[in-house]
Design a protein around this ligand. Structure first.
Ligand SMILES: [Zn+2]
Length: 149
């Protein structure tokens, strides 16, 4: 899949309602806005890591990501295929984002609670820088607002 079609599919899908089934188990706060923001952030994380993995690890063996806590394919709109380190990072990122106790969630880089483990924090920062640069170039900076670490 080309980057352009990736962005188009992402842009097209970003405003869609997030099916309840995607968020399983339900978030601690049954607040609809909170659930939408969480869903949105998880979609963005999935796409950022997908872009990074596709461009930086083109020859790595990739497998479809499956999590017990979230239906990643439903959230992402299609199966998400990542290399082994990419799958670990995505799992960590999803767990941490879903467990964030702050509402509204601040931008990660301004957050007093650095919840990522140091290794994953370094990795996600690299992913944000790499994939974020492409977002800026494609005019989709708004997607990053709540996530920049
Ligand atoms: Zn990768």
């Amino acid at each position: 899949m080309s980057l352009l079609s990736l962005w188009q599919s992402w842009t097209h899908g970003a405003g869609a309602e997030c099916p309840d089934a995607v968020l399983s188990p339900p978030p601690a706060r049954p607040d609809a806005r909170h659930a939408r923001q969480l869903c949105h952030d998880l979609k963005v994380l999935a796409t950022l890591i997908e872009v990074y993995c596709a461009r930086r690890h083109p020859t790595a063996a990739k497998e479809v990501v499956t999590l017990k806590t979230h239906d990643v394919a439903a959230l992402h709109g299609r199966p998400l295929r990542l290399c082994p380190p990419g799958r670990k990072l995505l799992t960590h990122a999803f767990v941490k984002r879903a467990a964030c106790p702050l509402d509204p969630k601040p931008m990660c880089k301004k957050c007093p609670q650095h919840c990522y483990a140091p290794l994953y924090r370094a990795q996600i920062r690299e992913v944000m820088r790499y994939s974020g640069r492409r977002l800026v170039l494609s005019g989709r900076l708004d997607y990053l607002v709540h996530l920049l670490i």
